[in-house]
Design a protein around this ligand. Structure first.
Ligand SMILES: [Zn+2]
Ligand SMILES: [Zn+2]
Length: 377
C-alpha cells in the first residue's frame, strides 16, 4: 500500500511543477484543518505528497521507486525478485535518509520490514482483494499499414470500472461521511492466529470490511454501493506512434480499471495495455520498417524502359524503369518505407520487377512475336 502521491493530488504522472503547485493549493485550501469541513489526515497526506512531488530530486526518487514497484509486481510469481534493486531505496527505508523522505508501505505506518515487503511484493495479489491497484486491462486494436506509417490517434470504447460519478470515487452517500472502520479500528488489517504443528503463528490479514483502507463510508453511495467505482463504457484516446510494429503493445499507465474507492488515495488504477495488430495490406508486404512491392511489367516495357506510376505509403510516384531490366531485379526507393519507431529516419521501399509473359495473343501480336523470334529475341 505505497501511497500514490499523484493520485492524492489528483494529477497525472507527467504533471508540470505548476500543475503540482496548483493542485496542492486547491486541495490544501479545501482540507485545511482550521477550516470548517477540514480534514487533518487528508491535509497531512496532501502536504506529504506535495513535499515529495515539488522537489525535483525527491520526485525523481519517488518515480524510480514507482517503476521498480511495477517491475516487482508485474513480473508475477514465477519471476521472483530477480533484478529488483533494493539499494536505491535505502533512504526510503531508513525513514530519515539523505532526502528525508519516508515511503510508507504499511497502511498506517505500523509493522516492520516483514509487513513492508509483504505489502510490496503482494501488491498485485488478487486474493487480497486487489485493493491497492485496480485491474490491468488488455485490448487488441487493428490498424492499417498506412496508419502505422503515419501514426494515428484512435478512440476505443471499453467497458471497465471507472470512478463513480455520483460520489466522485469516495463511495460515500451524499450527506454521509467517511468513518473509521470498526472491525479493524482503522488499522486496515486484522491479526489472525493460526495453529500449526510448529506452533502458533500470528498473521496479518486485510480487513474485508474496509478492504484494508481502515475507513469506510457511514452510508454507501447508492450508485456504486460504496466501492467508489462502477462498470461503464468509456472512450479512451490512444496515440499510435508512427512506425509501430505488428503485435506491439502500448501501455497507458493508470487507464485500466479504477481501484477500490479511488478518491481515498489508498488505491491506484490499473494500467491499460493495447496490442496493435496490422492488417494485411493488399499491395505491400512489410519487413521491419521496409516495404516490398511487386511490380508487374510487360516484356516491351522491360526491353525498352518506361515511366510507370506506382503506389507508395505516401501516395503515387512515377518510377523510371531502365531499358533492359531483368525479372527479379529490385529498385530501391529510399525513405519510402515506415518511419523508425526509435530514432530518426525511415525504412525504404523495394520494388521487385516481375516481367509478365502474355498468355493470350491476338493473331497480329502472334505475328509480331514470331518476327522477334526470327530476330533472335
Ligand atoms: Zn458512488
Ligand atoms: Zn477495516
Amino acid at each position: 500500500m505505497s501511497k500514490d502521491y499523484y493520485n492524492i493530488l489528483g494529477i497525472s504522472k507527467s504533471a508540470s511543477d505548476n500543475e503540482i503547485k496548483k493542485a496542492f493549493r486547491k486541495l490544501a485550501h479545501k482540507y485545511h484543518p482550521d477550516k470548517g469541513g477540514g480534514d487533518e489526515a487528508k491535509f497531512k497526506e496532501i502536504n506529504e505528497a506535495y513535499q515529495v512531488l515539488s522537489d525535483k530530486q525527491k520526485r525523481g526518487q519517488y518515480d524510480q521507486f514507482g517503476s521498480a514497484f511495477d517491475q516487482a509486481g508485474g513480473g508475477g510469481a514465477g519471476q521472483g525478485f530477480g533484478g529488483f534493486d533494493f539499494s536505491g531505496f535505502s533512504s526510503g527505508f531508513s525513514g530519515g535518509g539523505p532526502g528525508g523522505i519516508k515511503f510508507e508501505f504499511g497502511g498506517d505506518g505500523g509493522g516492520g520490514f516483514g509487513d513492508m515487503f509483504g505489502d510490496l511484493f503482494g501488491s498485485r495479489n488478487k486474493e487480497r482483494g486487489g485493493q491497492e491497484k485496480g485491474d490491468d486491462v488488455a485490448v487488441d486494436l487493428d490498424i492499417s499499414l498506412e496508419e502505422a506509417a503515419t501514426g494515428i490517434e484512435k478512440e476505443i470504447n471499453i467497458y471497465l470500472s471507472s470512478v463513480c460519478s455520483e460520489c466522485k470515487g469516495s463511495g460515500v452517500k451524499t450527506g454521509s461521511k467517511i468513518t473509521t472502520c470498526k472491525t479493524c479500528r482503522g488499522a486496515g488489517q486484522i491479526k489472525r492466529e493460526r495453529r500449526t504443528i510448529l506452533g502458533i503463528f500470528a498473521q496479518m490479514e486485510i480487513c474485508q470490511d474496509c478492504q484494508g483502507q481502515g475507513e469506510k463510508p457511514e452510508k454507501n453511495c447508492g450508485k456504486c454501493g460504496g466501492d467508489g467505482k462502477v462498470k461503464e463504457n468509456k472512450i479512451i484516446k490512444i496515440k499510435i506512434p508512427a512506425g509501430i510494429a505488428d503485435n506491439q503493445t502500448i501501455r497507458l499507465s493508470g487507464q485500466g480499471e479504477a481501484g477500490f474507492r479511488p478518491s481515498s488515495g489508498k488505491s491506484i488504477p490499473g494500467d491499460l495495455y493495447i496490442t496493435v495488430h496490422l492488417n494485411q495490406h493488399s499491395l505491400f508486404e512489410r519487413r521491419g520498417d521496409d516495404i516490398i512491392y511487386k511490380l508487374e511489367i510487360n516484356f516491351s516495357q522491360a526491353a525498352l524502359g518506361d515511366k510507370i506510376e506506382i503506389p507508395t505509403l505516401s501516395g503515387k510516384v512515377k518510377l523510371k524503369i531502365p531499358s533492359g531490366i531483368q525479372s527479379g531485379k529490385i529498385i530501391k526507393l529510399k525513405n519510402k518505407g515506415l518511419p523508425h519507431l526509435q530514432g530518426r529516419g525511415e525504412g525504404d521501399m523495394f520494388v521487385v520487377i516481375v516481367i509478365k509473359t502474355p498468355d493470350k495473343l491476338s493473331r497480329r501480336q502472334k505475328g509480331i512475336i514470331e518476327k522477334l523470334r526470327e530476330e533472335g529475341i
